[in-house]
Design a protein around this ligand. Structure first.
Ligand code: KIV
Length: 278
């Protein structure tokens, strides 16, 4: 009889998703589902719904704080968001982005930032952006026992170098560099790699060429898992609708209608009624 695992719940003794679980999922061909979270209440909901990985992304800079880019968010602010998420989770793996400016200087600085995230937020792993240039930092962080998720392709912390949020690595030279970076990150010990906004064929090739899981966002269906920003897929952020976002709900409308009904009830003296009063 085959012992092949068909669902993540078939993994013997699974209580929490770990980096090893993700590896087993890749080997078994079970796709990994990952979403962003920045607060306790959302984290609790997403965890209860069966999400495998919660990313406390530096997209909090856009989504929570209203900044145009991910650059302004600080390490202290990321730790605040991450500690709230960790308190809401009992099953998912919680990965936290090291924000811009907290790791690019040198491996020592990168390690100090990663340690703060693990110690002060109780995170399970960190993510950082880049390829060859960040390998010494990745190695240093992993040597300290901290799991690292890589991030290649469109790396939003480099937006001012790219100048645009267009698809990356369409040209062969950049695609070759990305293939090499993926191998370097794997060799450095990363437990996975986020591939953002690259051609589906390239993401397929990279996913097949590395043994660690790839998590795609705008990188086609062949990655080992998918990641989206929760606010985009729930339809809370309708100003942003690139083709890679599938909208699973229209919470913008639901919330607007609920708030309009509340305002109407307050104005019309229908809220609170006697049962809602002491
Ligand atoms: O910060 C973030 O939300 C991310 C995802 C887009 C992968 O890095």
């Amino acid at each position: 009889m085959s012992t092949r695992i068909k669902s993540v719940d078939d993994i013997p003794g699974l209580r929490r998703i770990t980096t090893q679980t993700l590896q087993e999922m890749k080997v078994s061909g079970i796709k990994i589902a990952m979403l962003t979270a920045y607060d306790f209440t959302s984290a609790r909901l997403l965890d209860a719904a069966g999400i495998d990985v919660l990313l406390v992304g530096d997209s909090a800079s856009n989504v929570m704080a209203g900044h145009e880019t991910t650059l302004p968010i600080t390490l202290d602010q990321m730790i605040y968001h991450a500690s709230s998420v960790v308190r809401g989770v009992s099953r998912a793996l919680v990965v936290v982005d090291l924000p811009f400016g907290s790791y690019q200087g040198n491996p020592k600085e990168a390690l100090a930032s990663a340690i703060r995230v693990m110690k002060e937020a109780g995170a399970h792993a960190i993510k950082l952006e880049g390829g060859a240039a960040v390998v010494p930092s990745v190695e240093r962080i992993i040597e300290a026992g901290i799991p690292v998720l890589g991030h290649l392709g469109l790396t939003p912390q480099s937006i001012y170098r790219f100048g645009t949020y267009q698809v990356r690595a369409r040209e062969e030279e950049e695609a070759d560099q990305l293939r090499l970076d993926a191998r370097l990150l794997e060799r450095a010990g990363c437990f996975g790699i986020v591939l953002e906004k690259i051609p589906a064929a390239l993401a397929k090739e990279v996913s097949e060429s590395v043994e660690i899981p790839t998590l795609g966002i705008g990188a086609g269906p062949h990655c080992d898992g998918q990641v989206l920003v929760t606010h985009d897929m729930l339809g809370l952020n309708t100003d942003f609708s690139p083709r890679f976002v599938r909208r699973y709900a229209n919470l913008d409308t639901t919330i607007q209608e609920a708030v309009q009904a509340y305002v109407g009830d307050v104005r019309g003296r229908r809220f609170p009624n006697p049962e809602e009063s002491y």
